[in-house]
Design a protein around this ligand. Structure first.
Ligand code: FES
Ligand code: FES
Length: 406
């Protein structure tokens, strides 16, 4: 059977039998021998890879089931900031000896620290129990994972994969992906949780007025420009908006795995449009131009469930202006562009999706203003219910206005 998939960002075609497993395909046809095979029946985790951003056992996943998917093996994590950090702590904590389990162990550890934080050592052992090591006694592995988890104590975890379309058994459709309650529970080993942030006082704010330009669609790339004025000095706004994690927190549905490393980021964006839910896992780059108070964030990712791919960018530039009250203010000019392929592409170019893109931009502006004003930021998936309702309400209002104008 012919299959076509993406492996470590490269399009790959293969000819496999229906029973060829993914591990054999990767190792024998693509010579990606970093994926190890230990037990060949889903126990040891040495063969762990990512399929469309979620980890799975490649020894019990048929290669044909991955047709159209994006696979990432240990070789595909060379530029990944979080993986580099884990590699370093694995080395420093003597978390490997023969190294046979290490590729799968690292991929599982990266997945764990993206999904969860504040775990005790006992909990880390339980979470990592799907990966067996014959050499180390696990102490160094647990220490290495705990160190990286500690460093990420303030990061929001990635949201849950769902059971739909699951390709492999690890972590499994029933896996818990909820962020643990940071309150120490009785009987637990020493809690590693960071203290919850203090509640922010409610601050009364005027909504930010957002000017949205025409939405262009050129060769499948949707481009949207908008601008808004924040009643804060440019330096203060730049301090926030030069931090990609802070920007991601303000963008509905977006989350980053951690701070940029050498200008590279990885993260996830959740989209929900009617019955369609997609979770794009991907990576990208951040290019700051501090002299111009400008930053360009570019990224690309895929959603396994819908087989859709997205690439896009957010380019913003700050200029000093005077606010309504005559004080220092900042004009933020943002250009968002995105191109979708796969199942979601048709929907992504529909009028409602464009309205939604517009609404996302407006929510982004309110969230930036909220952060600068010390108010809490509401994070909802792209197309989360309230956003969709706002879009539908706006369209209904426009329709009624047209009817009554006749
Ligand atoms: S080789 Fe052991 S789980 Fe795949
Ligand atoms: S380091 Fe040898 S199996 Fe883990």
């Amino acid at each position: 059977m012919k299959i076509a998939l993406t492996v470590n960002g490269r399009p790959v075609a293969g000819d496999v039998t229906p029973r060829t497993n993914l591990a054999d395909f990767l190792r024998e046809q693509l010579l990606l021998t970093g994926t190890h095979v230990g037990c060949e029946h889903g126990i040891c985790g040495a063969c762990t890879v990512e399929i469309d951003g979620e980890i799975a056992r490649s020894c019990i996943t048929y290669a044909v089931a991955c047709d159209g998917s994006g696979i990432r093996t240990i070789e595909g994590f060379d530029e990944d900031a979080l993986m580099s950090r884990l590699r370093q702590t694995f080395t420093e904590e003597h978390a490997l000896q023969c190294g046979y389990c290490t590729p799968g162990m690292l991929i599982a550890a990266r997945d764990l620290v993206r999904r969860k934080g504040g775990l005790s050592r006992a909990e880390i052992r339980t979470e990592m129990s799907g990966n067996l090591c014959r050499c180390t006694g696990y102490m160094g592995i647990v220490n290495a994972v705990a160190r990286v988890m500690d460093e990420r104590a303030g990061f929001a975890p990635s949201t849950a994969p769902t059971a739909n379309g699951w390709l492999g058994p690890a972590p499994g459709p029933g896996a818990s992906v909820a962020f643990p309650d940071p309150t120490p529970a009785g009987g637990r080993e020493v809690s590693r949780a960071a203290p919850p942030p203090p509640a922010r006082p409610a601050v009364a704010r005027k909504p930010v007025r957002v000017t949205v330009g025409d939405i262009e669609d050129v060769d499948g790339t949707v481009r949207l420009a908008q601008s808004f004025v924040l009643e804060h000095p440019r330096q203060v706004v730049w301090q926030l908006m030069s931090d990609p994690q802070a920007v991601a927190r303000c963008m509905p549905g977006a989350s980053l795995d951690g701070p940029p490393r050498d200008g590279n980021i990885s993260g996830r964006i959740e989209v929900k449009l009617g019955p369609i839910a997609a979770s794009f896992a991907g990576e990208g780059s951040v290019k700051p131009f501090p002299g111009e108070y400008r930053q360009l964030i570019e990224g690309r990712g895929g959603d396994r469930r819908s087989g859709s791919q997205v690439s896009g960018s957010v380019d913003y530039r700050l200029s000093a202006t005077t606010g309504e009250a005559g004080g220092e203010a900042t004009r933020v000019a943002v250009t968002i562009s995105y191109a979708l392929t796969g199942l979601l592409a048709q929907l992504g170019r529909s009028a409602i999706a464009r309205d939604l893109a517009r609404r996302i931009g407006e929510t982004f502006a309110q969230n930036i203003d909220a952060q600068l004003s010390g108010a809490a930021v509401a994070q909802v998936p792209v197309g989360g219910l309230s956003l969709v309702l706002q879009v539908l309400a706006a369209r209904l209002r426009a329709m009624l206005a047209r009817i009554f104008a006749r």
